[in-house]
Design a binder for this molecule. Structure first.
Ligand SMILES: *Cc1c(COP(=O)(O)O)cnc(C)c1O
Length: 405
């Protein structure tokens, strides 16, 4: 044990609850160390991480190449602000643009900021390039979306828990059923700036839209001069077996929002990447962030890009994802009502007659697997992409036991 004060799990939890705002409902486990796909609690018990920090830990805990990049940067330079150039920023932007096949990069910190930035850019583009009348721009979004927690973003959330009592809300958003291309078409008008959606909806329970949906959205956007914005903050960066979840559809977005795994689970790094003529509407002073693109973020981000360039993680997600989905399919009808997903990412709907998501999460914790429900009856499974095949088996066996226990 290397922590200063040895304490009981219950003491840590009691302190969290006494002093920390209650905006989360964590599982009762207190983690002290992490390595690869494994974490260790304050009592030395080990657990397989089957959540990966909501995909922020795609490369596992403390990937050596990422930790090395962070250490080296910490020993040289941490922050300059964008008032000056630094020797990491341009390289990060260039390398990220290169690996994503895009033309320009706008760096921010959190996912919500990337989405906010994309909304601002799309509106500005609508007024200055498309010719939409001042303050009339509309953005089409999907039911059950999750794009973050700012006041503008929760303005178009239809989840009452995320939305209620945060008004007055930001106008200018039109909600259509997720996966319904006809509804997107019907919602497009002369003032439409953009369609903003997740290629696969994460928080909603890993919802994959019908085949052909994204091709139709792309065609509609081209036809009506509307920007297509893909929020790949959770679905992107190798999770589904490709760099972007949209790549499975052979469709390119005009803008992508990236976050979570972009910071390697070490620092918050987010970005909007895409067309230079769209991001080019931003001129000096019109948008910014003190930490956005700071040297530590860029150094870690460059190391993340380096890992993505090898293709190793995409290949693992494909191969191991097939295995995971094969194993999960065996549970259908045995306590599992439905399984969705792609790559190393699955939404598992628990049979309403079996257990709640929370009960299953607690059972799994006792069996050394950390998972978290999203909504009442859905488990979201997203192990680090460094996980091994037999570790997946171990976790799925535990899940099978949880459902029949
Ligand atoms: C997590 C998430 C966000 C918000 O990211 P934060 O870093 O928590 O602000 C936005 N969009 C999607 C799709 C996400 O999964």
């Amino acid at each position: 044990m290397d922590q200063g004060e040895l304490q009981e799990t219950a003491e840590y939890i009691a302190r969290d609850e006494r002093w920390g705002a209650h905006n989360y409902h964590p599982l009762p486990v207190v983690i002290a160390r992490g390595e690869g796909a494994w974490v260790t609690d304050v009592d030395g018990r080990r657990y397989l991480d089957f959540l990966s920090g909501y995909s922020a830990l795609n490369f596992g805990h403390r990937h050596p190449a990422l930790v090395r990049a962070a250490h080296e940067q910490l020993d040289r330079l941490t922050l300059t602000s964008r008032a000056f150039h630094n020797d990491q920023f341009g390289l990060f932007c260039e390398e990220l643009a290169h690996v994503t096949g895009t033309e320009m990069v706008l760096t921010m910190n959190t996912g919500a900021e990337a989405v906010e930035s994309a909304i601002k850019v799309a509106r500005k583009w609508a007024y200055e390039v498309k010719g939409v009348q001042t303050d009339a721009a509309e953005i089409i979004v999907a039911t059950n979306n999750f794009h973050g927690r700012t006041t503008t973003i929760v303005s178009f959330s239809d989840d009452p828990v995320a939305h209620d009592n945060y008004g007055p809300f930001t106008p200018g958003f039109i909600t259509v059923p997720y996966g319904d291309a006809d509804a997107v078409e019907a919602a497009i008008g002369p003032n439409t700036a953009a369609v903003l959606m997740e290629p696969i909806q994460g928080e909603a329970g890993v919802i994959v839209p019908p085949a052909g949906f994204w091709r139709s959205v792309r065609d509609l956007c081209d036809e009506h001069n509307v920007l297509m914005i893909a929020d790949e903050i959770q679905s992107g960066l190798a999770r589904t077996g490709k760099l972007f979840a949209l790549d499975h559809e052979d469709v390119r977005a005009d803008l992508y929002t990236l976050g979570k795994a972009l910071g390697g689970g070490i620092v918050p790094v987010s970005a909007v990447v895409g067309r230079a003529d769209v991001l080019g509407v931003l001129k000096p002073g019109q948008h910014g962030s003190t930490f956005g693109g700071y040297p530590v973020a860029c150094a870690v981000g460059r190391a993340v890009v380096g890992l993505l360039e090898t293709g190793e993680f995409q290949a693992r997600a494909t191969e191991l994802g097939e295995h995971l989905h094969g194993r999960l399919a065996e549970l259908e009808g045995k306590g599992v009502a439905a399984v969705r997903g792609r790559g190393l990412w699955a939404g598992v709907d628990i049979d309403p007659l079996a257990k709640t998501g929370r009960e299953v999460s607690m059972f799994l914790r006792d069996r050394g697997v950390l998972c978290k429900e999203t909504h009442e009856r859905t488990l979201r499974i997203a192990p680090p992409l460094v996980i091994e095949r037999d570790e997946i088996d171990q976790a799925v066996d535990a899940l099978a036991d949880a459902l029949t226990a």
